[in-house]
Design a protein around this ligand. Structure first.
Ligand SMILES: O=C(CO)COP(=O)(O)O
Length: 271
């Protein structure tokens, strides 16, 4: 076990905002500046709770300029990357380019990539390897659809995605992966998996990682929950001891609401 260094959290919590295909670069700059001011006013301690944004590719250069120019502590990443490094891959973006723009993270296998673009676990694994080649931290998204949930197969479905997407990674690599559990039926629908559901899956993911690797490695992996997270439900969701943060879609487009989510410790439900 790692020591209890950060309140109830063994691992530094991560609150991440996935802007999806929203916000052009001008709107993105305004959103980021408002977020930074709001967090600054709230005296946000970034060493306690990390805050990341995932803007569209066309915003990232502008985001970099603001982050560097204003010395912001907000970190950022791409919403996807190619599994290749360069070459004849029209429309794709190399991890090398993301790194050069100062990205820390990159999303891999978001459910919208898996469903709309048919990305497989195998491709996700190749993308994770590409991320590591360029010193980016992958945020691997996994999660079941409504059918699996209704059939009571959500855990086995999600763990199969996990295993397929990390197959062959070393323990050292896996420890750097952030896993985001996002049940597809809870994304953008207002339906939230209950706090118990989020903890149940986070615990199952950690147990599976401990079985595949070892407990020490599993303890290092941060596991986020995503799907209709708001300031009003984040406190209950992050109460789960295996849930280390949130991947937020819609609510991350509102600077005040997203800053409020990042201040989730104020909303933590205790009983
Ligand atoms: O897909 C998500 C984040 O990646 C979740 O989106 P919502 O928060 O809009 O449900």
């Amino acid at each position: 076990m790692t020591s209890q260094t950060n309140g109830q959290f063994d691992r530094t919590p991560l609150i991440a905002g996935n802007w999806k295909m929203n916000m052009d670069h001008q709107q993105g700059v305004a959103l980021l500046q408002k977020l930074a001011w709001t967090l600054q006013d709230a005296k946000h301690d970034f060493s306690r709770v990390e805050v990341a944004v995932f803007p569209p590719f066309t915003d990232i250069r502008s985001v970099q300029t603001i982050v560097d120019g204003d010395d912001l502590k907000v970190v950022y990443g791409g919403q996807d990357l190619s599994d290749q490094d360069s070459g004849a891959y029209t429309g794709d973006i190399s991890g090398e380019f993301l790194k050069k723009l100062g990205c820390t993270y990159v999303l891999v296998g978001h459910s919208e990539r898996r469903t709309i673009h048919g990305e497989s676990d195998e491709q996700c694994l190749a993308k994770i390897n590409a991320a590591f080649r360029h010193d980016l931290l992958p945020v691997l998204c996994i999660g079941e659809g409504l059918d699996s949930r209704k059939a009571g197969e959500h855990v086995s479905f999600t763990l199969e995605q996990l295993r397929g997407s990390i197959a062959g990674l070393s323990a050292e690599e896996v420890a750097k992966v952030v896993v985001a559990y996002e049940p597809v039926w809870a994304i953008g629908t207002g339906e939230v998996a209950g706090p118990e559901d989020a903890q149940e899956m986070a615990q199952a993911i950690r147990a599976d990682l401990a079985e595949l690797y070892d407990a020490g490695t599993a303890d290092k992996v941060r596991i986020l929950y995503g799907g209709s997270v708001k300031s009003s439900n984040v406190g209950a969701i992050l109460k789960g001891k295996d849930v280390d943060g949130a991947l937020v879609g819609g609510a991350s487009l509102d600077a005040e609401e997203f800053a409020n989510i990042a201040k989730f410790e104020q909303h933590l439900v205790t009983d």
